[in-house]
Design a protein. Structure first.
Length: 717
């Protein structure tokens, strides 16, 4: 290493050492301001500490109450320590260590920063020593101008304070961190309390003293500071001052319905029940206003319970050390109310009066229209034009229709605290003159109005709405009469038009759709399990990597097919057995209707669809007499990948006809005549070892779930 490299390295080491020493010095200075001068910097109470009395109170009230005021000192030392940048008060006394900044112009030319020496003096050039110790800051300017004026005339002077001196004070007694503290000369009693961590859990907050020259110069009650913001006893400290924190005084706890539950230190003259309630911020809105319960330690031997009235005499009663006051919440009982709930416009409590009856509580029908009904009506009227168009004109049964036959009164028997259930006919109760059902009400009664959904009513009493669409003389939404059938409803709607194609009609039922969808999802889940099981078996039996890859590729295709099947949704279509030897309306079956049924009759169809594995998927004109084989020929016949053994017909009426269902594997399906609107489906030939029987048997799937031609197209995408 050459000489220049050695010099550079030495320079770098020197800089690093200098930075390290600077950091250590700054850290030690900061530590000296935040901690006492002695070694006793630890041992303070931590936030999770608790006193013996806190544990005692917790065993009575069921939760840990804080010692009021002590949380103010948690992590507090850094809050009040930076005092260098605050203005100096006019009564500040100059002392040794203070820095004076003096500027003069005119006959004199001063620009000095002078530190008051131990003798309390500063040296001014051409003037000499000037004693400034004990001079108030507000008088310092005039004092120095007079001193300089003895020598010079015609000059101006500006005097300010620079860096202030530090003073040493002592924190003793029941402090969290007792010891000697070096603080700014501007520090006050409260500042220093925060720097020292405040009183310990055994220390008093209500009689903190500052002792100076053998006497007490200030007594601070921190409660005045915390509750009223009163800092009149927060005096500035002088060197050698002693802050004494005496032991904590009598303690009393208050909990329950009080604004600030805590443990409070009592003070003579303010140790009454009223005084404690005032310290705790007063009673809450829900507090019981008659009396409080006081748990008291009797002669340091045993505990007893007393009750203090909250009248004037009770509030003047004196509390003792260790008392635990519990304020109860007001009872939830209403003295003059009845409750209306359920399917009503405004559920809630209502004032009771003597002679009140059901009809007084429910005066008219409007009182039984639930808010959700109007919300639904308003929402549908504001619906965006881009929403589903059917929602704009959707008519459906109100799910909150009132059960007029059964309503209930719950009544508490004050003798044995048993509840009686008194039922009545709501419809009759609101009628004129029916006193048998227009029952008298008592205080505390709870009246419940049920909907037909809350308690299922007989089918004859339920509202049923059915939609007729398509080729009807009066298509629309109809409210069905009790026990009315599909054929009867169609006749009431004016029957079918001359253009109706009843064979291709579609009848959908919501209860069937829910059942079909559940079964479809279960079937697809079983297929997914079979695919994974078959993949695992093939992978284990594979003789080469190519066989494994082929099995995986096949499984990917099968999973994609299952995903498309998951997107297929059941329609709830019910295949109607329509008689062909009757007139159109008479051919409709006598099916009892359910709420939400939908019957669609299209106009006469003229085509037959051929889809699947054929050379020309298309729709062909229907011709009477043409059969399956004829339409297959029009479509170019099955392709090489077609599974000809599983060709099936999806009839326009929703039924399925396959080669298996015709009773013979060969030929019999080909001779079947097709109806307008029918679809001929030629499925793809799939590996028999890779898919389950359900996935192979397309005819069974679509027969069970009536998914229709749209679902077939979805699965083929």
């Amino acid at each position: 290493m050459n000489k220049s490299s050695v010099e550079v390295a030495a320079t770098i080491r020197s800089l690093l050492l200098s930075c390290a020493f600077t950091f250590i010095f700054l850290f030690s200075q900061a530590f000296a301001q935040a901690a006492p001068d002695g070694a006793n910097a630890g041992g303070g109470a931590q936030p999770d500490e608790q006193s013996e009395f806190q544990s005692f109170v917790a065993s009575s009230v069921g939760k840990l109450l804080p010692l009021y005021g002590h949380n103010l000192f948690v992590n507090a030392p850094n809050t009040f320590s930076p005092l260098d940048n605050i203005p100096v008060t006019p009564d500040y006394l100059i002392g040794p260590g203070d820095e004076l900044v003096i500027r003069g112009w005119g006959q004199v030319d001063f620009d000095l920063s002078l530190t008051v020496d131990r003798n309390g003096a500063i040296y001014l050039p051409k003037v000499g020593n000037v004693n400034v110790a004990g001079i108030r800051y507000e008088a310092l300017h005039g004092y120095l101008k007079n001193a300089i004026g003895r020598i010079f005339h015609n000059f101006e002077l500006n005097v300010s304070l620079g860096k202030l001196r530090s003073i040493q004070v002592f924190v003793v007694g029941q402090a969290k961190r007792p010891g000697a503290y070096t603080v700014s000369s501007l520090s006050t009693l409260v500042n220093t309390l925060f720097a020292s961590g405040g009183p310990s859990l055994r220390g008093s907050l209500r009689n903190i003293q500052v002792k100076r020259n053998g006497g007490v110069v200030s007594e601070l009650d921190m409660y005045d500071f915390l509750l009223k913001g009163d800092k009149t006893k927060d005096i500035s400290l002088l060197p050698g001052d002693v802050i004494y924190i005496p032991p904590v005084g009598p303690l009393s706890a208050i909990s329950g319905s009080i604004n600030n539950p805590a443990i409070y230190e009592l003070k003579k003259g303010a140790n009454t029940l009223a005084g404690l309630i005032d310290l705790a911020g007063g009673l809450t809105t829900t507090a019981g206003g008659d009396k409080v319960r006081v748990e008291r330690i009797e002669n340091r031997k045993m505990r007893k319970v007393e009750e203090f009235s909250l009248d004037q005499a009770g509030q003047r009663r004196l509390l003792k050390d260790g008392d635990v006051v519990q304020v109860e919440v007001i009872s939830g009982q209403f003295g003059n109310a009845v409750t209306l709930r359920g399917n009503v416009a405004n559920p809630g409590r209502y004032p009771w009066r003597d002679g009140m009856r059901v009809k007084d509580l429910i005066p008219d029908i409007d009182a039984l229209i639930v808010p959700e009904y109007w919300a639904t009506q308003n929402r549908s009227s504001r619906m965006n034009i881009n929403s589903e168009k059917r929602l704009h004109t959707e008519i459906k049964r109100n799910e909150n229709e009132i059960n007029w036959d059964y309503a209930l009164i719950e009544r508490l028997n004050k003798d044995d605290l048993n509840t009686s259930l008194i039922h009545f006919n709501l419809g009759k109760a609101l009628a004129v003159g029916d006193e048998e059902n227009n029952l008298s009400l008592q205080q505390g009664d709870v009246i419940t109005i049920f909907s037909k959904e809350d308690i299922q009513v007989p089918a004859a009493k339920r509202s049923v709405y059915v939609t007729l669409e398509g080729e009807f003389n009066q298509a629309g939404v109809y409210k069905v009469k009790p026990g009315e059938t599909l054929r009867q409803l169609v006749e009431r709607a004016g029957g079918l038009t001359s253009n109706a194609y009843l064979f291709a009609s579609e009848f959908n039922r919501e209860s069937v759709r829910v059942s079909q969808q559940r079964k479809l999802e279960e079937m697809v889940d079983r297929m997914a399990e079979d695919i994974e099981r078959n993949l695992a078996a093939k992978s284990q039996a594979a003789l080469s990597k190519e066989d494994v890859d082929a099995a995986k590729a096949q499984a990917v295709g099968q999973r994609a097919l299952l995903e498309r099947m998951r997107r297929a949704k059941a329609t709830g279509r019910v295949v109607l057995a329509k008689s062909k030897d009757k007139m159109k309306s008479q051919a409709i079956p006598d099916l009892v209707l359910e709420d939400g049924d939908r019957f669609v009759v299209p106009q006469h169809a003229s085509t037959v669809s051929v889809m699947g594995m054929v050379y020309n998927e298309n729709a062909f004109m229907h011709e009477t007499g043409k059969r399956v084989s004829d339409y297959l020929d029009l479509a170019g016949g099955p392709t090489r990948d077609a599974d000809e053994s599983r060709i099936y017909i999806l009839r326009a009426d929703g039924s399925v006809l396959s080669k298996q269902s015709t009773g013979s594997l060969f030929g019999s399906l080909n001779g079947q005549a097709l109806m307008p609107g029918d679809a001929l489906v030629v499925p793809e030939l799939l590996d028999k070892l890779s898919l389950t029987r359900e996935l192979k048997d397309w005819a069974q799937i679509f027969y069970q779930f009536a998914l229709g031609v749209g679902a077939i197209n979805l699965l083929r995408m």
